[in-house]
Design a protein around this ligand. Structure first.
Ligand SMILES: [Zn+2]
Length: 290
């Protein structure tokens, strides 16, 4: 997930207030906070509607190994935790590639990136174990958080290695959301490999930061090309919830009211719904960049 996104880079300067104490206003001005609430509500409605019209792929999932690409520790669980648990419960190998250790996140009480990275690494180990993934199948690339766009060649090398070793039936990757450079870097790394003929299995892309103003431009393209899919979280929702709670720094460590609001309604609530939402990728279709 990680907060080091272009969205927050734009939003933060307007909201930081000089040292008022005791209320929400210490971090957020009233009007902007109200506007944010409306955006969050619209995002919630949009995502609900999209899930409603998405074909249910649960019974038609490809059988075999699964590769999951994750920009930051927790993205894999937020976007595809139930899917991962489902594949493991069905005896399929699941390989998770974690590109960064999320050192760029804001965590209450923890200011040093090294400490944040160490904590999030540990949380990722716990969460992926809870989902049933063997320690040896979780690969940490330890690339710089917020700077993945400069490391796409390295990312592609590791994806190719995982494909050779795993022969996946399905690859799950982040949706290239405009509000997050790292999510785009991973998505475009995989899309390029697919266009070059290195990926023969289906690719499902999971959205995390689902802001209407950021996803709408590409959302129309997704819907027009019927790319939206949903996969039931039951009976793996409790497992996913347990894994998500293992990410304590993200669940309980947001330093501002704004972060808590966004995390709760944009990220956590949809992640714990009845379905996980994905967009399929077709290498022959026109590119829809968010
Ligand atoms: Zn992320």
């Amino acid at each position: 997930m990680c907060y080091k996104s272009t969205y927050f880079k734009q939003a933060k300067p307007a909201t930081v207030q000089p040292q008022k104490t005791g209320t929400m206003a210490q971090n957020d001005s009233g009007n902007l906070y109200f506007l944010l609430k409306i955006k969050v509500f619209l995002a919630h409605l949009l995502r609900k509607g999209l899930t409603l019209i998405s074909p249910d792929m649960t019974a038609a999932l490809p059988s075999g190994p699964l590769i999951v690409l994750s920009p930051h520790p927790d993205d894999e669980t937020l976007g595809a935790g139930a899917l991962i648990a489902r594949y493991r419960a069905n005896g399929h190998k699941v390989k998770i590639i974690l590109a960064t250790e999320g050192a760029g996140a804001s965590v209450k009480g923890l200011g040093e990136p090294d400490k944040i990275a160490a904590l999030r690494h540990k949380e990722a180990c716990t969460a992926t174990r809870l989902l049933g993934v063997a320690d040896g199948d979780v690969v940490f690339l330890s690339l710089p958080d917020g700077d993945l766009i400069k490391h796409q060649a390295q990312i592609q090398k590791h994806i190719l290695k995982a494909i050779r070793e795993t022969a996946p039936a399905l690859i799950v990757s982040p949706c290239p959301e405009k509000c997050h450079d790292d999510h785009q870097a991973i998505a475009y790394s995989l899309r390029t490999l697919a266009r070059e003929g290195h990926v023969t299995c289906p690719i499902f892309e999971y959205p995390i930061w689902f802001f209407p103003q950021k996803v709408l431009p590409c959302l129309f393209g997704f819907i027009k090309n019927k790319r939206q899919r949903k996969i039931a979280t039951k009976p793996y929702l409790k497992t996913k919830h347990r894994a998500l709670v293992a990410y304590k720094s993200q669940f309980y460590g947001q330093p501002t009211e704004r972060m808590r609001l966004l995390f709760k309604f944009i990220v956590k609530k949809p992640a714990l719904g009845d379905y996980e939402l994905f967009f399929t990728f077709d290498k022959d279709a026109p590119e829809h960049r968010c």
